[in-house]
Write a protein that binds this ligand. Structure first.
Ligand SMILES: [Zn+2]
Length: 261
């Protein structure tokens, strides 16, 4: 696989959002490069109701490239985010992506650092997050390095109760879905690991000492959090397409639900 070059990726993101009403800002930089983050108000305001708010992040694990590449593909589609207020963090761990490693340059897993953060990367992210308010859905794009099939983590206390199956159906068009009854030692149904099953395995998630981004968000910013996991043993273009389809399924569900009187 061609190496992931963070500086090139960031230039491509910057180029993709030059048009279309995006605001681009930067988190604390890392030696491997800048960390842009993006905001975009819904341009398609057909109704008087406020547009749904979507949070999307990727690239927190440096060996999982499908997420950042999927974000770039979405940004290159002019109307992809037109119906939502979007906040996007495309590349949270440039050091890891440059090296192809899960953690940052000191080997720390940033996605276990959202409670009492010790890394400059997570501290930089947490310097911005408290300013952002509430989201209807947050979605984090990940990959499973030994996987042949996709699955997702679901924390959904929101109104769209079938959102998980909708995301799975969208991903299934591009990659196989992991139908095993136990995934990562947690009970699963149709590729979905739900809050209750995670609690049964790990205990109350808020009590964990090593919050991932999803737990921080579910406590502070949202009732609905999804973490997609595409299988690294499948071709990259299929994994990218699956991640794009997952986010499109979320936007479709949000816009159709929000507009119902
Ligand atoms: Zn990951």
């Amino acid at each position: 696989m061609t190496p992931f070059v963070p500086a090139t990726y960031v230039r491509e993101v910057e180029s993709a959002v030059r048009e279309g009403g995006w605001t681009i800002r930067y988190l604390s930089p890392t030696p491997a490069g800048a960390r842009p983050w993006l905001e975009h108000p819904a341009s398609d305001r057909a109704t008087a109701t406020p547009p749904p708010r979507l949070y999307l992040s990727a690239g927190i694990h440096g060996d999982e490239v499908a997420g950042p590449l999927a974000v770039l593909a979405m940004l290159r589609e002019p109307a992809f985010f037109s119906q939502v207020d979007a906040t996007i963090f495309p590349i949270l761990n440039p050091e890891g992506l440059a090296r192809g490693t899960r953690g940052n340059f000191t080997g720390i897993d940033l996605n276990r650092d959202y409670r009492g953060p010790v890394t400059s990367e997570t501290r930089g992210h947490l310097a911005v997050l408290p300013t952002l308010g509430r989201y209807d859905v947050t979605i984090m794009l990940h990959e499973d390095y030994e996987g042949t099939a996709a699955y997702l983590y679901e924390l959904n206390d929101g109104p769209i109760t079938d959102l998980g199956p909708r995301i799975i159906a969208a991903m299934r068009r591009h990659v196989p879905i992991d139908e095993r009854p136990i995934i990562e030692e947690v009970e699963a149904r149709g590729g979905i690991l739900q809050r209750a099953d995670l609690i049964r395995k790990h205990g109350p998630i808020e009590a964990r000492p090593d919050w991932p981004e999803a737990i921080y968000l579910s406590i502070n910013h949202t009732r609905v959090s999804y973490t997609t996991e595409t299988p690294m043993l499948q071709p990259l273009e299929h994994r990218v397409a699956a991640q794009v389809s997952a986010v499109r399924a979320v936007i479709d569900a949000l816009t159709k639900t929000k507009n119902v009187p």
